[in-house]
Ligand binder design. Structure first.
Ligand SMILES: Cc1cc2nc3c(=O)[nH]c(=O)nc-3n(C[C@H](O)[C@H](O)[C@H](O)COP(=O)(O)OP(=O)(O)OC[C@H]3O[C@@H](n4cnc5c(N)ncnc54)[C@H](O)[C@@H]3O)c2cc1C
Ligand code: FES
Length: 253
């Protein structure tokens, strides 16, 4: 029977490793076994000992096995700075898995930009895709490079310091023009990246692109409306209707 359990329990960050400029991999030892999850699901992490970070923060599930949950994050503000710099062990509360997941099927393409690699990494490793494109800003912000190279992933960087030079969206676009690919594409990256992928879908036709979106979140399960996102068809809640949406359903015709 499918495990659809969610947990809401205490945990302790027991290990932290810097894997690139301002990017860290952490392990959280949970009080309970982490449930079965799907790629694209996320967790809310509350830094319970820090009163100056009241709201929990959403993070994609990088990996989870038994009572160990692994996350990868970039230090961008108050909460992530705490996680990146506090002395370990560090107490947290975790709830999840939350949200929907990426569609999977045969012969799909995958495009990830920067931190967008995190929710897709494990399925890339399992070789779930026909072709994978990963773009970083530069070599200093790149992570898991050797492992990606080993799997034949097409890597690019905006400044050419790693792999092909240029935006990953454009390298992906050239591939589509060359191959006439038809089918599903899964993606994750910043909003400008997702908008560009939608432009590409409209231009080339014959592809269905799904992307994972980010919004500020407070509850993570659909009750506070903190993550409302406007679409041409009304508001959606990124935490419970998403975070994965078909780009067409967010950006419209
Ligand atoms: C479903 C989901 C999965 C995510 N997965 C990851 C992940 O795996 N790794 C990772 O590093 N980050 C991830 N994020 C983003 C992460 O939640 C934010 O970077 C984090 O909440 C920032 O917290 P902070 O206290 O450090 O920043 P704050 O001090 O709160 O803000 C710092 C800056 O980051 C911006 N920001 C904060 N939260 C968000 C957000 N949710 N979306 C967009 N901008 C934000 C703020 O506007 C501000 O500019 C995810 C977000 C979502 C919604
Ligand atoms: S974060 Fe509360 S409704 Fe989405």
């Amino acid at each position: 029977m499918k495990d659809v359990r969610k947990i809401n329990c205490d945990g302790v960050i027991t290990s932290r490793r810097k894997i690139a400029n301002n990017i860290y991999h952490i392990k959280i030892e949970l009080e309970e076994r982490f449930p079965i999850f799907a790629y694209g699901n996320f967790v809310m992490v509350h830094l319970k000992d820090y009163m100056n970070v009241l709201l929990p923060r959403p993070f994609s599930i990088f990996r989870a096995k038994n009572k160990i949950l692994e996350l990868v994050f970039k230090e961008v503000g108050t909460g992530t700075k705490m996680i990146a710099t506090s002395i370990l062990p560090f107490n947290v509360r975790v709830w999840g898995p939350l949200g929907n997941s990426f569609p999977f099927g045969k012969d799909m393409l995958c495009v990830a930009g920067g931190l967008g690699l995190i929710p897709l990494y494990q399925s890339i490793i399992k070789r779930n895709f026909k072709e994978v494109f990963v773009g970083f800003k530069n070599i200093y912000e790149a992570y898991f490079v050797k492992s990606l190279q080993k799997r034949g992933v097409i890597i690019s960087s905006d400044d050419g310091s790693l792999g092909e030079r240029g935006f990953v969206t454009e390298i992906f676009y050239q591939y589509l023009k060359r191959t006439n690919f038809k089918g599903k594409v899964v993606s994750c990256g910043p909003i400008g990246f997702l908008k560009r992928l939608w432009e590409i879908e409209r231009e080339v036709g014959n592809i269905e692109t799904y992307g994972s979106f980010e919004k500020h979140m407070a509850c993570g399960f659909g009750v506070c409306l903190g993550c409302a996102m406007e679409t041409p068809w009304g508001f959606v809640k990124v935490c419970s209707d998403g975070p994965v949406f078909r780009l067409k359903d967010v950006f419209g015709e």
